[in-house]
Design a protein around this ligand. Structure first.
Ligand code: AMP
Ligand code: GLY
Length: 423
């Protein structure tokens, strides 16, 4: 079949790498892709948010399967667009419709969903401009730190953890006043949970589901988890502190009620659910839902899946996940993200990258790269994800970190401590 994969990050590179290994895939297009996805299929210069352009391309090339990597087209309703169009309705889409993607697209919705279905999460209340006075009063008595979240998509910047009541009140005014645009027209005020975070992924057909390998993401820019938040500086899978008993709690207290909740709310969901979790004491709580896979978690998760990914996604689209046997490698994966100097603040693009061919025990999943005049150059903040799959976590971490050092470009930076805190 002819597959179109939307997106351009390290996550999509890992997908494209795995999809290209499937005999079921006769042709793979990646839109827009990057300098690395080019090795696994054909890059197409298309904006995933321009649904008419996607439609024209799909019809022209007889695309028979659509996989959506990032959240934005899903929250904007690309799956609905396909279902509602006579010429596209027969094409399976991996990724939920708007009604499901809103679990990520609105934090207020997701908190109400969790409350309604008894899913453990931090206590919260939502406020708008009309209820600003109540919001300020609510903050007056709220324990510190307090968490303020813009309701809508804010490119990963809409969450503030604040240690001072007056500052929190000022921020609430700013957020409701438009600091994050429309995304902040509702603000969720949430209790701070103290613990260690992990990411759990499920693929569901709306009825049944499979649980993919869990991962841990490292969000801060600096060694020892310090400094500004980023899109993610590295990941590991499996997660040593997520033992069998803890994973069973996640399944029983969080995954099952989420799937049951979708069914009882009549939300027909086809695609990935990313559970952003925190372990408080020995109990899992949901920090957030995403309607897609994580990045850079995917780069560590996908290499551990032994099944044919296309077969798995096809089973999902046919609502046949109930009988699906997932086969997960016992090996450990580690991913180290190489970023541009200055990231997550301002950074330059267009730096020539060398050393990709010198990696010894890792894969290089391209993220922010572009091919220009035959040269691979940087084209984003997160540039390359270096992933190693090895017999144990320590070996994987060492191999990925050593290979990250074999890449060179002007201003290059990576964390040398990813995963070592778990050893
Ligand atoms: P989110 O965009 O919801 O993933 O939030 C970004 C990050 O903020 C999370 O990964 C956590 O590190 C942190 N965070 C969000 N909500 C809470 C909370 N209730 N307690 C503690 N940390 C939180
Ligand atoms: N790594 C976190 C995310 O994809 O949102």
């Amino acid at each position: 079949m002819t597959i179109l994969l939307l997106g351009s990050g390290g996550r999509e590179s890992a997908f494209a790498w795995k999809i290209s290994q499937s005999p079921l895939c006769t042709k793979l297009f990646i839109a827009p892709g990057n300098a690395g996805t080019h090795a696994f299929g054909k890059n197409i210069n298309l904006n995933p948010n321009d649904f008419e352009a996607v439609k024209n391309f799909v019809l022209k090339e007889n695309v028979s399967f659509l996989i959506v990597g990032p959240e934005e087209p899903l929250v904007n309703g690309i799956h609905n667009f396909f279902s509602n169009d006579e010429s596209l309705a027969h094409i399976p889409v991996i990724g939920p419709k708007k009604e499901g993607a809103i679990l990520e697209g609105s934090k207020d919705f997701s908190k109400q969903f969790m409350e309604r279905h008894g899913i453990p999460t931090a206590k919260s209340r939502s406020f708008t401009n009309e209820s600003l006075t109540e919001g300020l009063a609510y903050l007056e008595n709220h324990p510190l730190p307090v968490v303020l979240k813009a309701d809508g998509l804010a490119a990963g910047k809409g969450v503030l953890i604040i240690n001072n009541t007056k500052e929190a009140q000022d921020e609430l005014r700013l957020m409701l006043g438009g600091k994050f645009g429309n995304a902040g027209s509702t603000v969720v005020i949430e209790s701070f949970l103290s613990g260690i975070e992990l990411s759990v992924f499920v693929l569901t057909d709306g009825k049944d589901y499979v649980i993919l390998p869990e991962a841990k993401d490292y969000k801060r820019i600096g060694q020892g988890d310090t400094g500004l938040n980023t899109g993610g500086m590295g990941s590991v899978s499996p997660v040593p502190f997520a033992d069998e008993a803890f994973l069973a709690k996640i399944k029983n207290n969080i995954i099952q009620p989420t799937i049951a909740g979708l069914i009882s709310d009549q939300i027909d969901y086809t695609g990935f659910i990313f559970f952003g979790l925190i372990k408080v004491g020995n109990e899992p709580y949901v920090i957030e839902y995403n309607c897609r896979m994580g990045d850079p978690e995917t780069e560590s998760v996908i290499p551990r899946i032994e099944n044919d990914l296309v077969e798995l996604l096809q089973a999902c689209s046919k609502k046949q996940l109930g009988n699906y046997q997932l086969s997960i490698s016992q090996k450990s994966a580690a991913t180290v993200m190489i970023v541009a100097g200055g990231y997550p603040g301002d950074y330059e693009k267009g730096k020539v990258i060398s050393g990709i061919d010198n990696l010894r025990d890792s894969l290089a999943f391209h993220a922010g790269t572009a091919l220009e005049g035959g040269q691979v150059k940087t084209n984003g903040g997160r540039v390359l994800a270096i992933t190693s799959l090895q017999k144990d976590q320590f070996t994987a971490l060492q191999a990925a970190t050593a290979d990250a050092a074999r890449i060179y470009f002007d201003g290059k930076y990576f964390r040398e401590d990813i995963g070592f805190d778990l050893m």
